[in-house]
Design a protein around this ligand. Structure first.
Ligand SMILES: Cc1ncc(COP(=O)(O)O)c(C=O)c1O
Length: 344
C-alpha cells in the first residue's frame, strides 16, 4: 500500500532528472565564487525574481535570518506578522543572532494591513526601537496557505515604503502564490527589497533556498551567510537540482493546487470542517468539532491506514499536496479521514 504523505511539501524527493543532473554537475569552490552551477542558479534566480543578484543558502530559515541581519542592526525593529513563519517557527533567530526586536502586528488573511504597518512607523524617539524592516509572507502558511493578492500585497509594501522601511518577502512558496493568481512572480518579488524562496519544498530540490535582492545587499548578505556557517564548497551538486526546480518545477504547481481543491471538496462534502481561505493553494487546514478524536489521535489512526498528516493544534490539522501525491491519493486520503471520523 502506498503511503500518502500529506505532512508537508518538504517531504518531496528529488526527481530522477535532478539526481542525474546532480551526478553530472560541473562544480568548483563556491566560497571562492568558482562554482559555475551555483553561479548559473544565482543568475537565473535574480532574473526570475526581478532582482539584481541572488545567493544560494542552505534553507529558508537561513535565507530569512541572513536577510534580517543584513537589513537591520542590533536594537532595530522588524515588523512581523503574528502568524508569520519567521515569528513563530524560526527559533527567534533574529533576536538570538541579531538583537533585532520583533514588532508584531496581526496578519489576518495572510498580510498585515497597511494601517497597522504605519502604526509601527513611530517618530524618532529614544524610547522606541526604530522600525527598519517589514517582513511579509506569500503564500502564507498559517493563514491556510492562502495566496495574498497582488493588490493587497502592493498596498502593504507601499505603506512600508511611505514609512521609510525596507521590505523582505518570506517567499518560501512564492511560486505557489504567482501560480494561484496567474501572474508573473515578479508582481511579488520585484517590488520588495529582498526575497527568500525555497527550492526544496513544492519545487522538489533536496536542499536549498535562494535569497535575492540588490547587488550591494546580496554582497553584504554573503558575508552574513559565511558567518552563519553557510559558505559551501562544491555546492553545484545542489544547484544542479535547484536549476531543474526553477526551470521546470515552478511550472507544475497548479496540479498541486487542483489536488488540494479536490481533497477539500471531498472532505467538505463529507461534513468535515475544512477552513476556507480567499485564494487556496496546496494546503488544506481542517478544524475539528468539539466531539471525536483530537487531531493527534486522528493523525495516528490515519497513519495506520497509510495516510500521513500533522496536527497544528489539538483540534486543527493540515494537509499539504505536492508532486508525490496524485488525484487518486487525495481521494483515498479523504476517504480514510472520513472513515476514521465516523468510526469515533
Ligand atoms: C513560510 C515559510 N517560510 C520559511 C520556511 C523555512 O524553510 P526551511 O525549512 O527550509 O528552513 C518555511 C518552512 O516550512 C515556511 O513554510
Amino acid at each position: 500500500m502506498k503511503v500518502i504523505d500529506l505532512r508537508s511539501d518538504t517531504v518531496t524527493k528529488p526527481t530522477d532528472e535532478m539526481r542525474a543532473a546532480m551526478a553530472a554537475a560541473d562544480v568548483g569552490d563556491d566560497v571562492y565564487g568558482e562554482d559555475p552551477t551555483i553561479n548559473e542558479l544565482e543568475k537565473e534566480s535574480a532574473l526570475m525574481t526581478g532582482q539584481e543578484a541572488a545567493l544560494f543558502v542552505t534553507s529558508g530559515t537561513q535565507g530569512n535570518v541572513a536577510a534580517l541581519l543584513t537589513h537591520c542592526s542590533r536594537g532595530d525593529g522588524a515588523i512581523l506578522g503574528s502568524d508569520s513563519h519567521i515569528y513563530i517557527y524560526e527559533g527567534g533567530g533574529l533576536s538570538a543572532l541579531g538583537g533585532i526586536l520583533p514588532l508584531v502586528a496581526d496578519d489576518p488573511g495572510g498580510i498585515i494591513p497597511p494601517q497597522k504597518v504605519l502604526s509601527w512607523c513611530r517618530p524618532s524617539n529614544v524610547h522606541f526601537a526604530p522600525a527598519r524592516l517589514l517582513c511579509v509572507e506569500n503564500t502564507h502558511n498559517r493563514a491556510g496557505g492562502t495566496a495574498v493578492s497582488p493588490k493587497d500585497f502592493k498596498a502593504t509594501v507601499e505603506a512600508a515604503r511611505s514609512g521609510g522601511l525596507s521590505v523582505h518577502l518570506d517567499g518560501a512558496r512564492v511560486f505557489n502564490a504567482s501560480t494561484a493568481w496567474g501572474v508573473d512572480v515578479k508582481e511579488f518579488t520585484g517590488i520588495v527589497d529582498s526575497v527568500q524562496f525555497c527550492l526544496s519544498k513544492g519545487l522538489g530540490a533536496p536542499v536549498g533556498s535562494m535569497l535575492c535582492g540588490g547587488a550591494e545587499f546580496i554582497s553584504r548578505a554573503r558575508h552574513w551567510r559565511k558567518r552563519l556557517g553557510g559558505g559551501l564548497r562544491q555546492a553545484g551538486i545542489l544547484a544542479a537540482a535547484g536549476l531543474i526546480a526553477l526551470r521546470k518545477m515552478t511550472k507544475r504547481l497548479a496540479e498541486d493546487h487542483e489536488n488540494a481543491a479536490r481533497l477539500s471538496s471531498a472532505l467538505l462534502a463529507g461534513g468535515v470542517g475544512v477552513e476556507t481561505v480567499d485564494k487556496p493553494t496546496n494546503m488544506v487546514y481542517v478544524s475539528l468539532g468539539a466531539d471525536g478524536p483530537d487531531a493527534n489521535e486522528l493523525s495516528r489512526r490515519c497513519a495506520a491506514g497509510g495516510v500521513l498528516f500533522g496536527a497544528v493544534s489539538e483540534r486543527r490539522f493540515r494537509l499539504v499536496t505536492h508532486f508525490g501525491v496524485a488525484a487518486v491519493d487525495v481521494d483515498r486520503a479523504a476517504e480514510t479521514i472520513m472513515e476514521e471520523l465516523k468510526a469515533s
